[in-house]
Design a protein. Structure first.
Length: 712
């Protein structure tokens, strides 16, 4: 009987192990299905590199310091190696006898340490190491650099000695070396492989439109290029929009063809049931024998449904469901993304921080950043409110929290022992803070402990925590004036296209199309939704649309009739022959310079005072095309100021402010006052009212007394 039980128990154990193994195997199978299947047959031969730089120079001071930056491992990469390169500038007092070290970690796990010291032969020291592949995860990875700095043998001097420093150079980086995984033909892979993250400037793909393209086909191409600009993580997306004849000559890259069923190139074979439906299909490129090169086609004879097809690809909630090589977008499909009202309260969670947790004595700080929609900005009187907890063992005579907005301190609060388990502070934004749509918020705590002069080792005490429900309260003031400093506005409003119409010449080259496409990919950086209205139209096809939309007008006076029509409204007007610009009160123009420049003007629309227009024009097409880099490059766009610009054939730029800023109404300025100012203003108004009433009563009383005297 005992042997029977023994055998039975053994069988039960084996069955349990078998069932657990089967369950784990099923989980593993599910996980594999969620990721691209990797084998030697579906790996591209070319080795690519993606570099993640640390940013601006960082100065470490004191004994303990750290800095982190992040790098991504894309699911479409077969990573061969990841290398970290840290560049250090070390102060002259650190010699070989000092205990100064740096340590590297990835995702919280250390993997490398090194003793460092000053070398008079090296202005900058480089440390290059390979990050172990076992420490990497798919998605975001944290690379952290920590230092222990000593310039003396004394235990308490180095924390406060200003000479104890090293500088981490901003071109320190993490390089990911990888081979791209070959995609199958599922639409759900989009935007891969048409958009790939690599360091090279050459585009991964082209958007292709027919040689005799329609306005709706170009509109769809510009909208798609805007989407690529939004999601491109490598800076400015420079993918091309080209005519079919130019692409077919050199079809070595992935392509997306946008057109209608009637003019499908003979190389593309797509079946369709209904010309009004938009067919999206992925196939191996017919222009290249390499099966790794893909061609997506977006076809529809109905103009509105063609745009609907592009918008469906921009909707992640729809796109992941397209698990085949073909999908038909019909008129009933609800393709638009749901918009979220910009809340008056921007919480720290919205800014990416569930909480701020600071540990250790002395000054500890954290920085958060957030971008409002380009058409919105902070105003004086907007508030910041912190909810916080902190240690009860602080020296509360010296413990303090300070808040900085865009580099300017806006206020401080003394920490109190009685409030340690639940404190809060509310601060109003003063008028000396730089008011922009970009918010950089820094919270700094002075965490002093009684009788503590220095840190002998890194501690997790004391501590301070700011909860994620802390917030910035803003009225989200709308920008009313049109200037290049807020470029994007008003063509994009609240993160979607705002009735934007680009009026173009009747026939553009592939070079022109690509240059204009890059302008819209740059605008796309501010997009969050696909619901907005963006349309391209030839000037000859205008039929009142210029009265209903925010306009971008592109061309020369000869190829765009609208330029001639609005010439009298330009600050830089053309002469009677439309061959050169005339001088104005801001700039005296000379020949031949006046005929070898392009001008930009951002102003109220000539056709609707509630709309805006941006005129991009030059007597010469090549100069105009080359000038667009100022509207499509992050490095160039910051040079634009004011509301007008002159750009010569060599790319030199001069900017001007032609119109006066609109003054804020008195009511708006009163609303933006902080609570104290409003209280004082209220008391002053009450005092004035009291004085007026008292004067009136005094006058009335004296008048009645005088009447009585006269009667007597």
């Amino acid at each position: 009987m005992r042997n029977y039980r023994y055998i039975r128990d053994k069988i039960e154990i084996v069955l349990v192990i078998f069932l657990i193994s089967a369950f784990l195997q099923s989980l593993l199978t599910l996980n594999v299905k969620a990721q691209p299947i990797i084998n030697s047959a579906n790996i591209e031969n070319a080795v690519n590199t993606k570099t993640y730089k640390s940013g601006s120079d960082i100065v470490f001071k004191g004994v303990f310091s750290s800095h982190s930056w992040y790098f991504n491992i894309n699911k479409w990469w077969k990573v061969s190696s990841v290398e970290a390169e840290v560049k250090l500038s070390i102060n002259q007092l650190v010699d070989k006898n000092k205990d100064t070290y740096v340590s590297f970690s990835v995702n919280g796990a250390p993997f490398y340490s090194k003793k460092i010291y000053y070398d008079s032969n090296l202005e900058t020291q480089n440390i290059k190491v390979t990050i172990p592949s076992s420490m990497l995860i798919s998605g975001n990875n944290e690379f952290k650099l920590e230092s222990y700095l000593r310039i003396s043998d004394l235990p308490c001097v180095d924390d406060v000695n200003l000479a104890n420093w090293i500088t981490i150079k901003g071109d320190s980086n993490v390089k990911v070396n990888f081979n791209n995984i070959v995609a199958d033909n599922k639409i759900s892979n989009f935007p891969y492989p048409y958009l790939k993250e690599i360091d090279e400037k050459s585009p991964n793909s082209s958007i292709i439109i027919p040689d005799k393209y329609s306005d709706s086909e170009l509109s769809a191409a510009l909208l798609l290029n805007s989407y690529f600009g939004k999601i491109y993580a490598n800076g400015d997306y420079n993918g091309k929009i080209v005519k079919y004849s130019d692409f077919s000559k050199d079809g070595y890259i992935n392509g997306i063809y946008i057109g209608n069923y009637n003019n499908i190139p003979k190389e593309i074979n797509v079946d369709h049931k209904n010309n009004e439906d938009c067919t999206i299909k992925v196939l191996n490129s017919p222009y290249n024998h390499n099966s790794n090169i893909k061609l997506m086609v977006i076809l529809c004879d109905d103009e509105k449904n063609l745009i609907k097809g592009v918008k469906a690809l921009m909707n992640d909630d729809l796109k992941f469901q397209f698990n085949s090589d073909t999908f038909n977008v019909n008129k009933e499909l609800k393709e638009e993304t749901k918009t979220i009202d910009e809340s008056e309260k921007i919480t720290f969670k919205d800014m990416g921080a569930d909480e701020i947790n600071l540990k250790g004595a002395f000054t500890r700080s954290a920085t958060l950043s957030y971008r409002l929609p380009k058409n919105r900005m902070l105003v004086v009187g907007d508030k910041i409110k912190l909810f916080m907890r902190y240690s009860e063992n602080l020296d509360f005579d010296r413990a303090l929290v300070t808040v900085y907005m865009n580099g300017t301190p806006i206020g401080s609060k003394k920490l109190e022992k009685e409030s340690a388990t639940g404190d809060e502070v509310e601060l109003a934004i003063p008028n000396d803070v730089k008011m922009t749509s970009y918010i950089e918020l820094k919270v700094a705590f002075d965490l002093e402990i009684p009788n503590l002069y220095c840190e002998k080792r890194q501690e997790e005490m004391p501590w301070a925590l700011v909860t994620g429900d802390s917030y910035i309260y803003t009225g989200l003031s709308d920008i009313k004036d049109y200037y290049f400093s807020t470029y994007g506005t008003p063509f994009i409003k609240d993160r979607l296209y705002n009735d934007t119409l680009i009026v173009i010449p009747d026939n553009l080259s592939s070079e022109d199309l690509s240059a204009i496409g890059e302008v819209f990919s740059y605008l796309g950086k501010d997009l969050a939704y696909n619901n907005g209205n963006l349309k391209a139209i030839r000037s000859l096809n205008l039929n009142g649309e210029e009265k209903e939309n925010n306009l971008i007008i592109y061309g020369t006076p000869e190829n765009n009739k609208l330029i001639k029509k609005i010439n009298d409204d330009l600050w830089f007007k053309y002469d009677d022959n439309n061959l050169k610009f005339l001088s104005n009160e801001k700039l005296i123009l000379t020949d031949p310079y006046s005929s070898e420049i392009a001008t930009f003007q951002l102003d109220i629309s000539s056709f609707n005072p509630q709309k805006a227009m941006l005129i991009l024009t030059s007597p010469k097409e090549d100069i105009l095309r080359n000038s667009l880099k100022y509207l499509s490059s992050s490095k160039k766009n910051f040079e634009l100021n004011g509301d007008s610009a002159v750009i010569d054939q060599y790319g030199n730029i001069k900017t001007y402010k032609m119109k006066k800023e609109t003054k804020e109404p008195v009511y708006s300025r009163l609303v933006s006052l902080d609570t104290t100012s409003k209280g004082l203003l209220g008391l002053m108004i009450l005092f004035i009212i009291f004085a007026i009433v008292a004067s009136m009563l005094y006058y009335s009383k004296n008048k009645s007394i005088e009447k009585k005297r006269n009667k007597k």
